[in-house]
Design a protein around this ligand. Structure first.
Ligand SMILES: [Zn+2]
Length: 67
């Protein structure tokens, strides 16, 4: 182990809030992409147990024709 391993800043916390159960999940899956007129689009995430219960919706770039 190096000294940096003990003194370096910890990595940013990764994860997201599930849009169904509102619990923090460390393995978020993007399930919805919401375009907004007033600002940047929003990506909604779900935890793995809830993501498999939702109907899949396209994410950005999935509907664009292949070139
Ligand atoms: Zn959930």
């Amino acid at each position: 182990m190096t000294r940096d391993g003990l003194t370096a800043k910890t990595p940013a916390e990764f994860g997201a809030v599930c849009c169904i159960c509102r619990c923090w999940t460390l393995a978020p899956l993007p399930v919805r992409y919401v375009e907004r007129m007033s600002g940047a689009p929003i990506t909604l995430y779900a935890c793995p147990p809830h993501a498999e219960t939702l109907t899949p919706a396209p994410n950005p770039g999935e509907l664009e024709a292949d070139t």
